[in-house]
Design a protein around this ligand. Structure first.
Ligand SMILES: *[C@@H]1O[C@H](CO)[C@@H](O)[C@H](O)[C@H]1NC(C)=O
Ligand SMILES: *[C@@H]1O[C@H](CO)[C@@H](O)[C@H](O)[C@H]1NC(C)=O
Ligand SMILES: *[C@@H]1O[C@H](CO)[C@@H](O)[C@H](O)[C@H]1NC(C)=O
Ligand SMILES: *[C@@H]1O[C@H](CO)[C@@H](O)[C@H](O)[C@H]1NC(C)=O
Ligand SMILES: *[C@@H]1O[C@H](CO)[C@@H](O)[C@H](O)[C@H]1NC(C)=O
Ligand SMILES: *[C@@H]1O[C@H](CO)[C@@H](O)[C@H](O)[C@H]1NC(C)=O
Ligand SMILES: *[C@@H]1O[C@H](CO)[C@@H](O)[C@H](O)[C@H]1NC(C)=O
Length: 209
């Protein structure tokens, strides 16, 4: 098998192995289950016919999603505008979302430095990213319109399932040294093996990181 084909197989296998997550509030842009690993919005583009904006309070509001991993490093970002492709405003620090089920932040605040940019009727896109334990990244986006008429979701929509919450992100301080090979051989062979190992390592990193 051609090496890039093998790598593609590894990568698609990794994608299929990842469980999915869905966004419940604000209404997600669309069903992303088949393409959720696509940056930045899980493979769901904004189109004229797919422009389902949820009214969201001017000072921020609730975000509800349904996680399907035992835990996932999670990001919530925002991009301002009508047809956003760059979501550069973090709304919460990266956190460890624990447990499978519904997770709700009742009120995610707009950062102070972005508040002057928010206007009644202005549009934005919110993005939730979940990294699985093996390093797969899953994306979902929600299109919103800032509005003083926005209503927060009821408590039967915004809740944390039993066993669902957040924990500290806790990575070990020491990164283990990768194993090195000591096989002797011609320098050219060694260097081509080294290059190949790097490609394999890259594939493995995607799969096992
Ligand atoms: C979304 O848009 C990108 C960039 O224009 C395009 O490459 C991709 O095929 C589109 N995806 C879908 C599902 O339409
Ligand atoms: C957003 O931009 C894409 C690509 O530029 C375009 O195809 C799409 O129609 C736009 N969506 C809206 C709602 O304007
Ligand atoms: C648009 O959002 C509403 C909820 O606000 C939902 O009931 C409806 O199914 C959504 N439409 C589409 C096309 O996703
Ligand atoms: C907010 O507005 C300022 C001034 O127009 C602009 O420079 C900045 O990029 C905007 N920020 C965002 C997140 O759109
Ligand atoms: C926000 O999006 C809606 C729906 O696409 C559009 O009608 C409205 O003009 C947009 N608002 C602004 C300020 O561009
Ligand atoms: C869900 O858990 C998170 C993390 O502990 C917390 O910030 C949030 O307020 C909880 N949601 C509800 C509805 O209690
Ligand atoms: C996230 O929390 C879970 C449950 O407490 C824990 O097992 C896991 O190691 C945490 N992940 C990180 C990266 O801290």
């Amino acid at each position: 098998m051609h090496f890039s084909t093998a790598l593609a197989a590894i990568l698609s296998g990794a994608s299929l192995a990842s469980a999915h997550f869905s966004v419940i509030y604000p209404w997600w842009r669309g069903d992303s289950f088949k393409t959720q690993w696509t940056y930045p919005c899980g493979g769901v583009n904004q189109s004229i016919s797919n422009n389902n904006r949820t009214l969201w309070p001017l000072d921020g509001g609730a975000i509800v999603f349904h996680g399907s991993h035992p835990w996932a490093q999670t990001y919530v970002n925002m991009g301002l505008g009508n047809n956003v492709t760059s979501l550069k405003v973090p709304l919460v620090p990266p956190f460890n979302q624990t447990g499978k089920g519904t997770f709700c932040f009742p009120h995610v605040h707009i950062p102070d430095e972005v508040k002057p940019n928010i206007t009644e009727g202005g549009n934005a896109t919110l993005q939730v990213i979940q990294l699985s334990t093996t390093g797969g990244a899953l994306y979902n986006c929600m299109d919103i319109t800032f509005s003083s008429k926005a209503k927060n979701p009821e408590s039967n929509v915004c809740f944390n399932s039993t066993g669902v919450g957040a924990a500290n992100l806790d990575y070990p301080d020491v990164v283990p040294e990768p194993k090195t090979t000591t096989t002797a051989g011609a320098d050219t062979l060694k260097s081509s093996m080294g290059a190949m190992a790097a490609v394999v390592a890259a594939g493995m990193a995607v799969l096992f990181a």
